[in-house]
Design a protein around this ligand. Sequence first.
Ligand code: 2PG
Ligand code: MG
Length: 419
Amino acid sequence: MATIVDIRGRKVWDSRGRATVEAEITLKNGRQGRAIAPAGASTGAGEAKSIDVAKAVAAINGRIRTALIGSDPRDQATLDARLVKLDGTADRSRLGGNAIVAVSLACAHAAAAAARKPLWQHLAGERKVALPVPQIQIFGGGAHAGARVDIQDYMVICTGAGSFAESLEWTAEIYRAAGARMARKGALQGVADEGGWWPAFKSNEEGLAELTGAIADAGFKPGTDAAIALDIAANQFYRDGRYRLAVENRSLSAEQLHAMLLSWIERYPIVSIEDPFAEHDAEAMASFTRTAGSRVQVVGDDFFVTSAARVAAAAAQGACNTVLLKPNQVGTLTETLACWEAAKAAGYGAIVSARSGETEDVSIVHLAVGWGVPQLKVGSFARSERMAKWNEGLRIEEALGAAALPYPARKLFRRLGQK
Ligand code: 2PG
Ligand code: MG
């Protein structure tokens, strides 16, 4: 029987050695579902709030346990609505965004276990699915590397790869080539929070030149086989109306930042730019999307905080054209799915994303596949909290075999990056 008989919260540890929350749900038939809350470093103001881990664990073992025992985990929407109501705050600060996301995901795992199916298959139902296209970090900067450079993520998308497995093969070569370039410069200093090389660069643009060079060094054609995706995470260096590029010791107006990004798109094989302006600056986002949106994905992360309402509002204004989906930004799985539905309704693309603080939990890979979200961002190509997710994608691709829909990379990026 798929009835919840026990819910347990516990404190576990994430990839930065920080405490986080795990939730474990047990069903009457003994099957279990388990999930761990991730944590961001560059967070949007509108995100669900994580609370002290001891308090979040106590909330799971107390009020949440009492409220959900006896329920059917297959009714995710009802369970999530109950969690939201029980919390009663707009920012999830009573029970904790960390407690809520762990329980919501554990419910989905329990429901899949009850059906004896992998989570992706449980979520997909009868729909055919494809593997998502990875965005993989090569250099990590911003809040993930002590602000060593201002730009947070320099990533590759293997736009010409024919499968998920092939895009990992190619990325491995590019990641190693980038490391070898750093070593030759005498600039190899280890890795940042998500496993990307620590960026010993004199300017933000140097990272673009190095990444383009690494793609070529690895034997690929930049812009055809593999292209660049950036997460500017501009909130992190916005202060008092200016964008302050610390590594270059200069500050830019929104118009100057806009012009700088356009000049980068002209000169480097960039196909995706996330959070190019601060989270409140919808006008700058809309103006940039009007100018660059036919050539690059303009992705909102801190800008949308996985809120369906924010996506609908931005669509009315023409701000961004792609949504980053992070379950812990909004709280529950049902709300995350609603945001993906809002993105589709607006004609926007979407990317399921991990956080900079992660664990061995691989739920997000299953969400991307099961919901048909065409892209996946989980950090770099090193450190096991990242590799666990890439490797899970390989297992799913193998399990799907010929039943998979065509791998979408070439189709998604055919139009983009063109001058
Ligand atoms: C982001 C994420 C992942 P964080 O900004 O997209 O790179 O970082 O989890 O620190 O918000
Ligand atoms: Mg981001």
